[in-house]
Design a protein. Structure first.
Length: 295
């Protein structure tokens, strides 16, 4: 037999760690809530082909490292990107590892009633970070998932291609709603991650609100352009946005007028609109994204 082992990677997925910052007894507490996944690649052929584990850093050790780094990495823990960089820098030092990918899903908690130690989980969205480390390169992709936005007008959809299955009626006034999932790749790592995240999120929601839309595709372009305008470190942004359809209900059988007021919010099927907006043609950040990540 001369079969060949192709790409392989392994690690611990979804280490859910909550770190409280409470070093200063007089200061209010802070916390971060991270779901961390570690994926290592390198010289692991013997483990697969011969059952020899001598080079395998256990996934249990990966989990322990995440937990310990939640204390050891100090202030780097405060932002998902810098925490992931600290972990990636550690794992790449293992001699048989030549690639380390760390993904973090960060659930935002907000302080409750200005209380020093009480928080409310903010379920509006999840912040994400993916750090890919090789011996001589670190690439950082930031993101967010499931940021749901809706506007009640300033959205049209008409002039579309028609075939024999086309029944959709054109409209010049409709609800537009989506749950934005986006990932943006940075040039370099010298970035104020928290500030950049807030600016990107603000650019996305601001452009969604302000842009007059002729399709969700058009809105993705506007949102991506606003992000590139606002944050110089972003080289490209990838969107995956379900069109959360709101269909105007026909109330005419009841003699009731419905001027885009009463809608049926359908949950499926949904249009899925995806696009990458790049700073220029030469940008190629594909290796910075986790191919196994289903958005
Ligand atoms: O914004 C939209 N883009 C589409 O491609 C599409 N297709 C469709 O049926 N409705 C919509 N809306």
């Amino acid at each position: 037999m001369s079969y060949v082992l192709g790409h392989n990677q392994y690690g611990k997925a979804e280490v859910h760690v909550v770190r409280v910052f409470r070093d200063d007894p007089k200061a209010p507490h802070d916390l971060v809530d991270y779901n961390v996944s570690v994926s290592l690649s390198g010289d692991f052929e013997d483990a697969h082909i011969h059952g020899d584990q001598s080079k395998v850093l256990t996934t249990d050790a990966c989990k322990n490292t995440v937990n310990s780094f939640a204390k050891e990495a100090g202030d780097a823990v405060r932002e998902p990107e810098s925490f992931a960089v600290a972990l990636a820098d550690h794992f790449i030092e293992v001699p048989q590892v030549n690639g380390a990918r760390i993904t973090v899903e960060a659930v935002p908690w907000t302080r409750s009633h200005d209380n020093a130690h009480a928080f409310v989980k903010n379920g509006d969205y999840v912040r994400t970070a993916t750090v890919t480390r090789t011996a001589d390169d670190t690439s950082v992709v930031s993101g967010l998932k499931d940021l749901t936005v809706l506007k009640t007008t300033d959205s049209e959809f008409h002039g579309f291609y028609q075939d024999k299955y086309t029944t959709l009626q054109p409209t010049n006034d409709r609800i537009m709603a989506t749950a934005v999932t986006a990932q943006w790749a940075h040039d370099g790592t010298d970035v104020d991650w928290g500030k950049a995240f807030d600016e990107v999120k603000d650019a996305i929601t601001g452009a969604f609100a302000a842009a007059y839309s002729y399709a969700l595709q058009h809105t993705l372009w506007e949102m991506g352009s606003a992000v590139l305008d606002a944050v110089p470190s972003v080289a490209e942004i990838r969107f995956s946005c379900p069109n959360k359809h709101h269909f105007v209900v026909d109330l005419s059988p009841f003699g009731v007028e419905n001027n885009c007021e009463v809608h049926h919010a359908a949950d499926r099927p949904y249009g899925l609109i995806e696009a990458t907006i790049k700073r220029n043609e030469d940008v190629d950040k594909s290796s910075a994204y986790d191919p196994g990540q289903a958005w």
